[in-house]
Design a protein around this ligand. Structure first.
Ligand code: ZN
Length: 169
C-alpha cells in the first residue's frame, strides 16, 4: 500500500502542473488533506468512510456553488481523489461507501528479475471488504518513503536558501 510520501508527492506534483502560480499557496496550505483519509483508521471502517468517491465529488459541487473559492475546493478534491485512487491501486477502497460495500481495486505492476524476465500483473474489479481492514493499523511510511520525503525536503531547504541568498545580492 502507498506510504504517506507517495500520498503527498503525487497530488503535489499534479497540482503544481495544473494550478496557476498565484494559487500555489493553497496547494501547500491544503497539503495535509492528502493524508486525512487515513484518519478513518481510528474509526471502524478503514478504507471506506473517508476512502470513497463521494467526498471529492462534494468538494467539486461546493466549488461549483461557491465559484470565487473554486480553486480551494478543486485542490481539496484532487488531494482526496488522489489518495483514494492510489489506495485503489494498493489493495482497494470501498469506492461507493456506504451504498456498495465491496472494495474497488486495480492491480497493475511491472517487475524485472534475473536473468531476463519481465513480469507484469494487470487485474481490476471488486473484492470483498475483509475484516482485516477494520483492524488495519495506520500506515504512515516505509523506509524508502522516508528517504523520498527527506530528498524532497532537502530540495525545499535548498530553494529557501537560494531565495535568501538572492535577497542579499
Ligand atoms: Zn488510505
Amino acid at each position: 500500500m502507498p506510504n504517506w510520501a507517495i500520498h503527498l508527492i503525487v497530488p503535489l506534483l499534479a497540482l503544481l502542473i495544473v494550478i496557476r502560480r498565484e494559487d500555489w499557496k493553497y496547494i501547500f496550505l491544503l497539503m495535509p488533506l492528502a493524508v486525512v483519509p487515513d484518519l478513518d483508521t481510528f474509526l471502524t471502517q478503514h478504507r471506506a468512510l473517508l476512502h470513497n468517491i463521494f467526498i471529492p465529488v462534494v468538494f467539486l459541487i461546493l466549488g461549483w456553488k461557491f465559484y470565487e473559492y473554486r480553486t480551494i475546493f478543486i485542490i481539496s478534491a484532487v488531494y482526496f481523489a488522489s489518495h483514494v485512487v492510489l489506495d485503489m491501486f494498493g489493495g482497494g477502497v470501498v469506492l461507493f461507501y456506504p451504498f456498495y460495500d465491496r472494495m474497488a481495486f486495480v492491480n497493475a505492476s511491472l517487475s524485472i528479475e534475473q536473468p531476463i524476465n519481465i513480469i507484469y500483473t494487470f487485474d481490476y474489479g471488486f473484492s470483498e471488504y475483509s475484516s482485516g481492514w477494520k483492524n488495519a493499523l495506520g500506515y504512515i511510511t516505509d523506509s524508502p518513503g522516508t528517504g523520498g520525503l527527506v530528498f524532497v525536503l532537502l530540495a525545499g531547504i535548498c530553494q529557501l536558501y537560494r531565495n535568501k541568498l538572492k535577497r542579499y545580492q
